[in-house]
Design a protein around this ligand. Structure first.
Ligand code: MG
Length: 162
């Protein structure tokens, strides 16, 4: 049995915050606003995984009204998501994310993101795709006021033991 999932997230870029994308801190003059660390790449991936498993979405699992998870790292959200997916009887076949950012240039950070995401999910990096593109200067992402991410994933059923 297999399941497909899709996730999307967008956060605003503001001054005075570190920029976290794909569980990697990237040097930049602004960061993503949010109750969490704003890591849209991890958030979109988590929602794809949760959706594929038929579980509640990231907003239910990590509510932005919970002071206990203020500034929670994207990697921690992925770790907890992987645990939920596994408990529900699913393993990750692969996932693929597309980051939409006008700046900064993300190509130098793609491999590190793949490695960090894979580590948080307990996967081989070969199962994790990360790509970056721009919006050709159009819209909120094109104006450089936001960064967004689309993610898809495939899950396969874990063998039943016992
Ligand atoms: Mg988010």
């Amino acid at each position: 049995m297999i399941r497909i999932g899709h996730g999307f997230d967008l956060h605003r870029l503001i001054p005075g915050r570190p920029l976290w994308l794909g569980a990697v801190q990237i040097p930049f003059d602004r960061g993503l606003f949010g109750h969490s660390d704003g890591d849209v790449v991890c958030h979109a991936i988590a929602d794809a995984l949760l959706g594929a498993a038929g579980l509640a979405d990231i907003g239910h699992l990590f509510p932005d009204t919970d002071p206990a998870i203020a500034n929670i790292r994207g990697a921690e959200i992925l770790r907890q998501t992987a645990a939920q997916i596994g408990a529900a009887g699913w393993a990750i076949t692969n996932l693929d994310a597309t980051v939409i950012a006008e700046t900064p240039r993300l190509a130098p950070h793609i491999q590190e993101m793949r490695t960090a995401i894979a580590a948080a999910l307990g996967l081989d990096p070969g199962r994790v795709g990360v790509k970056a593109t721009t919006s050709e200067g159009l819209g909120a992402t094109g104006d450089g006021n936001a960064i967004a991410t689309h993610a898809v994933c495939l899950l396969h059923a874990l063998p039943i033991h016992g």
